[in-house]
Design a protein around this ligand. Sequence first.
Ligand code: ZN
Length: 361
Amino acid sequence: MLRQLNIPLSSLLLALCLLVPAGSAANPQSNYTESQLPVFELHSGFWINLHHTLYYEARRRKTLLSRDASASKSAAPGAKSVLAGKGLTDTEQRAWDDAVAFYILNYADKDLLFTTELVQLKDQLGDFEDCDELSGRKRKFCDAGLPANLTQVLEAAAPVYRSRLWLEHDQANRRWILQVAPLVREQGVGLSERLADIYQTRWPHEKIRVDVVAYANWAGAYTTVDPLRVTISSLDPRNEGPQALEVLFHEGSHGIAEPVQAAIIRECRQRDKPIPRDLWHALVFYTTGEVIRTVLTSASPNRGDKRTGASGNGYNTYAFREGLYQRGWKNYLELLQRFWQPYLDGKATFDDAIARMVSSL
Ligand SMILES: [Zn+2]
């Protein structure tokens, strides 16, 4: 944990950590916390990564099993495990398969975002990232209070993950953090203030914890509230490049966009209209995209970062790039451009913009 260190030393340590060759056993469970940035505290933690990897593997294996069962006997063999080709011993393979089987049975059908049990488990595993066990056998404060069978499963899978995959995942997480860090450092405070102003609220006073993981959920990132925490995949191509900044602030906005949803509901009730399910989410996508685009464009157009492509010119916002508007939100996009954009430009009030959108639904 680098929480108490000053910037130069933590940067030095990070540089050293990144120089550690793959397979080094010097400190096989070295978590990483980037706590020197404004607005966000970015973590690469062992247990939460193991948990999401097992969940990912369980869901994939389950899908393959059901596909095989419904297909003919000559069905193609399933896609490889995340540990394929890593030279697992039979014992390691068994421990890993048992853990995946446990996840198939208990979690694969549950949603990471909408199942309280999984949200609490994720938060708990994040809190215990500095422990190399979860049972408290060696150190009492490392008793995570998880169900005994789950503790057993995770502790049995941990050595396999630690020695075969963690270094790779941890390095991908750190690369993701390093890539987005300069933009957060330069623009983070301004962006958070601008977004809070737009939503007529305050950005959370505490830094938002972000767990960077190899695998997140189907969307590549998700946010849970109370406590407000963001989980982002470092391997998902949708989160790469300058979009990383947008994904961070989109997810963070989930914690403050409540006034928008409240205003939409209020306007719908007044007009006796059904509440559009995703309008507030389309609005958050649109708003974050436009705010980020403005910042990347105005920051310094000539100072484009070759590594991240972080020049605002031609910045393609997430929702456009991933085709969210084309896939069912086309109507929303028209409303947002017509009524919400003037509010972003300072030419309309928040209440008027929402009222006009709702009355045009
Ligand atoms: Zn979202």
